[in-house]
Design a protein around this ligand. Structure first.
Ligand code: MN
Length: 243
């Protein structure tokens, strides 16, 4: 670099322009090295810390009223989801994960970095697992797979309801696609995510109490029932199944 090798990603003429503004000859060798290093950091990806950001919601905060209130989104999205993003950005500083993608961090990390990164991905997936006027019925290959496994959508709903209600403590209940194309329901605790198991996530419900306590208090069963009948985004699930 100091020897004058071309700077990555920036045309030489552009990269050299800032130098013209300074009396670079008077800086001496040390000054030149500092200038080159500064320019290198400025113009290559590695020079930046990759800040993770809170993804926008796929709908307005009041779009799921009366099933999920705007107040729940203020807390669950605005406070909880945001806190996982803030925590992760703080935790990865100075670690091997500083410039890694969210999915890579989830697959390779453990402890607090895993918990916060997985919770970021899970919550984004959960917001997309719902839509205004959701519920209804899946179609296409996903509907076939559900019928093959449970016999009917109603039987699937009963099984999903029982799993989500029985998922002890804080966690996630997932509809997943297995490697052989079949579908299944998987309960996971804490920040569990199918990204680490090889299954493909199709649809999920957050069964941490913070997901339903404002609107349903302790009634998780009611929350799961409303999710299945009025919120589930089967278009999103079908797209994930086909992917
Ligand atoms: Mn949550």
């Amino acid at each position: 670099m100091v020897g004058g090798a071309p700077l990555p990603q920036v045309p030489r003429t552009m990269a050299r322009q800032p130098h013209a503004k300074y009396p670079i000859k008077k800086l001496g060798l040390y000054g030149k090295i500092v200038a080159e290093v500064f320019l290198f950091l400025l113009t290559t990806k590695k020079g930046y810390i990759m800040e993770h950001t809170l993804p926008p919601l796929p709908y307005a905060k009041n779009a799921l009223v009366p099933h999920i209130s705007e107040e729940t989104f203020d807390y669950h999205y605005g406070k909880h989801h945001q806190a996982y993003v803030t925590n992760l950005n703080n935790l990865i500083k100075g670690t091997e994960f500083e410039n890694a993608s969210l999915k890579d961090i989830i697959k390779k990390s453990s402890g607090g970095i895993y918990n916060n990164s997985a919770q970021i991905w899970n919550h984004t997936f959960f917001w997309n697992s719902m839509k205004p006027n959701g519920g209804g019925t899946p179609s296409g290959a996903l509907a076939d797979a559900i019928n093959k496994k449970w016999g009917s959508l109603d039987e699937f709903k009963k099984a999903f309801q029982a799993s989500a209600v029985g998922n002890f403590g804080s966690g996630w209940t997932w509809l997943v696609k297995k490697a052989d194309g079949s579908v299944d329901i998987v309960n996971m605790g804490a920040a569990g995510t199918p990204l680490t198991t090889g299954d493909t996530a199709l649809l999920t419900i957050d069964v941490w109490e913070h997901a339903y306590y404002i609107d349903y208090r302790n009634l998780r069963a009611k929350f799961v029932e409303v999710f299945l009948n009025s919120l589930a985004n089967w278009d999103f699930a079908a797209a994930n199944y086909g992917a």
